[in-house]
Design a protein around this ligand. Structure first.
Ligand SMILES: CC(C)(COP(=O)(O)OP(=O)(O)OC[C@H]1O[C@@H](n2cnc3c(N)ncnc32)[C@H](O)[C@@H]1OP(=O)(O)O)[C@@H](O)C(=O)NCCC(=O)NCCS
Length: 223
């Protein structure tokens, strides 16, 4: 049966969250930012569901499917040219997502094990890294998240998800950007997709540090 990459729909959300939770179970950033014994899987499900709903309206949220089975998912943010300020719609949508996460905090009496201080350390490092790396006025396609179910990894599903966006980026002559939370094997995998290492980003909270690998892909020209 053929695998197809299609935009995320409401009915895909439970399957997509299952893939994300499985694929990130051993992720170094995930382990650094969540307090393992306090991790609340259902709270995390609701947080991811809010992000999926936001993503359907505001991001390039794609799923790789084989019949009805979800094999992988990716979420990309469209480039924001420096000459174009953020739209009101996008601004309101961002606040609406934050509000929904606040509602989740109240419903679950907390963040389900998320270490908020570490989340903000990461956000600060990310802003610094992007301000140093992002020098193209056309903006960058930003890979916010990519995950392939463990059983389907290494079979070309990730490449299909990437190519759905990199093909468009190539046509438009735009760059792509991602932050990998794993060195081995992900950096090598992303190099196969045309990305190169731009900066290693350290997120440190006292003794505990987490490395992220900032990678850029230049558009391929057909000439
Ligand atoms: C990273 C990830 C999205 C890649 O998806 P995938 O479906 O496993 O990758 P593919 O099978 O499409 O492989 C893409 C390329 O990388 C190569 N590759 C795959 N696994 C590899 C490995 N372990 N080591 C080296 N290269 C590898 C493939 O050969 C392929 O190159 P080619 O098409 O030129 O032959 C997926 O493995 C994943 O979800 N991992 C867990 C979650 C995660 O780390 N998410 C990203 C956080 S930044």
């Amino acid at each position: 049966m053929a695998i197809e990459v299609v935009p995320l729909t409401e009915t895909d959300i439970p399957g997509v969250i299952e893939v994300i939770q499985q694929a990130f179970a051993d992720d170094p950033y995930f382990k650094w930012v969540f307090d393992g014994p306090k991790f609340n899987k259902q709270r995390n499900y609701d947080s991811l569901a809010a992000r999926c709903h936001w993503g359907i309206r505001n991001a390039m949220f794609q799923v790789a499917k084989e019949q009805d089975a979800i094999l992988g998912v990716s979420c990309w943010l469209a480039p924001q040219p420096t000459s174009t300020p953020e739209s009101w719609y996008s601004w309101v949508q961002g606040w609406s997502l934050s509000f929904n996460q606040l509602v989740n905090n109240i419903r679950y009496l907390g963040r389900g094990g998320l270490r908020a201080n570490r989340y903000w350390i990461w956000k600060a490092r990310q802003t610094e890294a992007q301000s140093q790396i992002w020098d193209d006025p056309l903006g960058y396609y930003f890979c916010n998240m990519v995950a392939v179910s463990p059983a389907a990894q290494g079979k070309g599903v990730g490449r299909m998800l990437f190519e759905a966006v990199t093909r468009k980026a190539d046509e438009e002559g735009r760059k792509c950007y991602l932050e990998s939370s794993k060195n081995v094997p992900n950096v090598q995998i992303y190099e196969r997709m045309g990305f190169h290492m731009s900066m290693e980003m350290e997120c440190r909270d006292g003794e505990d540090a987490c490395m992220l690998y900032c990678m850029v892909r230049n558009p391929k020209t057909t000439e």
